[in-house]
Design a protein around this ligand. Sequence first.
Ligand code: GUN
Length: 285
Amino acid sequence: MAKILDGKELASKIREDIRVATKELIEEFNKIPHLAVVLVGDNPASKYYVSSKEKACIKAGIKSTVIKRTEDISENELIDIINELNNDDSVHGILLQLPIPKHINEDRVINLIDPRKDVDGFCNENIAKLNKGQESMVPCTPLGITRILDEYDIDAFGKHCVIIGRSQIVGKPMAALMLKRNATVTICHSKTQDIKSISKQADILIVAIGRANMVDSSYIKPGAVVIDVGINRVDDTLRGDVDYEDAKKIAGYITPVPGGVGPMTITCLLENTLICYRNIEGGKR
Ligand code: GUN
């Protein structure tokens, strides 16, 4: 039976450290760390995530501003909002909640975010640095996963890490982080032939494909570490991309849904906000 990787417990431990650190930083710099979140439209999942982020900020002592706009906002109006936040000295982190409406060029808007305020690590400058193995802002979900691996002393050195999913938010940055840890990395995606035979070779299997219960025990090598990034709503319950009950019979370690990766994503957003704050207030270029 697999050991459970308890992201919820780890998140609450780290969030307490963040709360203390925030207090000390406010004393040091005499300014409150401030995250601005831009939410466009009324996607229910996005609204839920943004409200969870807002609550977590408040608990940590970080100021949170949510700027809400309707689905019909123009690209130029959204660009104006980003520019205003870039120029606002009271704002340290800017997060544009994705997805945004199709008529807006997502890449263009994301790349207007000041890289020093890019708490998501989504702009080209931060992506390039991450891929070069340089210090950068790191996307919150992959960063949260590395924190879980560290907490449970799971070493990736020389191990085969299979990532299912090639998104900009999870799959691609996750691959960069695992390469930095000297894992052998394979990325599978929706067009990959015979995902099962590849995922069965994984020592560390990270699933971020967005399909409820897709990965069962037949995809898993006995003893493997299984990280489930999926958050899928099925009949009013939350399900991961991994069939948890079946997978835990064969895996060595497994993250539950909820209570695995999810709480660590928001925790790393708080950490990233403090990193941006320290860099900006400390005068780092
Ligand atoms: N939508 C889903 N996950 C994320 C995330 O980590 N950041 C942003 N900005 N949007 C998201």
